[in-house]
Design a protein around this ligand. Structure first.
Ligand SMILES: NC(=O)C1=CN([C@@H]2O[C@H](COP(=O)(O)OP(=O)(O)OC[C@H]3O[C@@H](n4cnc5c(N)ncnc54)[C@H](O)[C@@H]3O)[C@@H](O)[C@H]2O)C=CC1
Ligand SMILES: CC(=O)C(C)=O
Length: 235
């Protein structure tokens, strides 16, 4: 089993939800953590929850220069990047005919181009280290499309393709690249739901899956998964 103690993790969208829970779980394993997001105060709230060496950097995933600066900050602060959690993402729900091309562009810019740019910035460091892990948070919407989320699904299907292609190129460098596919998780992203919150997946559950996959012996990895709630029931 891998030990995450002293590994350096960069977690995007670390101010709340799955990103915050993952940053906390990695810190609990002894990893050093850099979190990114757009709101410095919200990032600092997360930093105060981390019992480890940690740093926050403002980084809008739609801005390539922010991503470049966040990666440079991580290298300057901790000297390496062992784990990248590409978590930041947005969802805009609408029927297909009511989806504007601007909403599609916003989701593509954050969910796909942000992930693409972040991997392009981080991978040269991992290749030089001859080791690294990249976890891209896709979604069950990357497996099954639903009514009212066609455009969001398209961005998450794109994350799957991007991740698999990168994985095939990077395995020879001892870099594991994989997707996580959660179904509905109790976070701000899905907002009000008709489900009983206790019966839903919680962000901490996703964080636990991520940590357990990162702790697999480096000779193996789970290429993708599907994380379901056991028995989601209505309120
Ligand atoms: N909540 C759910 O049911 C599911 C969520 N996901 C995915 O998990 C990831 C995290 O989502 P949640 O924690 O649920 O959402 P959330 O809304 O609670 O958190 C999203 C995080 O991403 C950040 N973010 C959004 N746009 C950004 C940008 N342009 N630049 C920098 N940071 C940005 C937000 O500030 C926030 O910190 C997303 O990629 C989402 O698509 C996947 C499956 C299910
Ligand atoms: C929000 C999302 O990605 C779901 C419910 O799969």
């Amino acid at each position: 089993m891998e030990n995450l103690n002293d590994k350096v993790a960069l977690v995007t969208g670390g101010s709340r939800g799955i990103g915050r829970a993952t940053a906390i779980a990695l810190a609990n394993e002894g990893a050093k953590v850099v979190i990114t997001g757009r709101d410095f105060d919200a990032l600092n709230d997360t930093i105060e929850m981390l019992d480890t060496d940690a740093s926050a950097v403002v980084c809008d995933m739609t801005r390539a220069e922010d991503i470049e600066a966040a990666v440079a900050h991580t290298i300057e602060t901790f000297g390496q990047i062992d784990i990248l959690i590409n978590n930041a993402g947005i969802m805009k729900n609408a029927t297909f005919l009511e989806t504007s091309v601007e909403d599609l562009r916003d989701m593509l810019n954050t969910n796909v181009i942000g992930v693409f740019t972040m991997m392009q910035q981080v991978l040269p460091h991992m290749i030089e280290q001859k080791s690294g892990d990249i976890v891209n948070i896709a979604s069950m919407s990357a497996v099954n499309a639903s009514a009212q989320t066609a455009a969001y699904s398209a961005t998450k299907f794109a994350v799957t393709g991007l991740t698999e292609g990168v994985m095939r190129e990077m395995r020879e460098h001892q870099i594991r690249t994989f997707t996580i596919n959660p179904s509905a998780v109790l976070t701000d992203l899905i907002g009000e739901t008709s489900l009983d919150p206790e019966s839903m997946i919680h962000p901490e559950d996703i964080a636990e899956v991520i940590v357990s996959q990162l702790k697999l012996n480096r000779r193996t990895f789970i290429k993708t998964n599907q994380i379901w709630a056991t028995n989601p029931v209505k309120k």
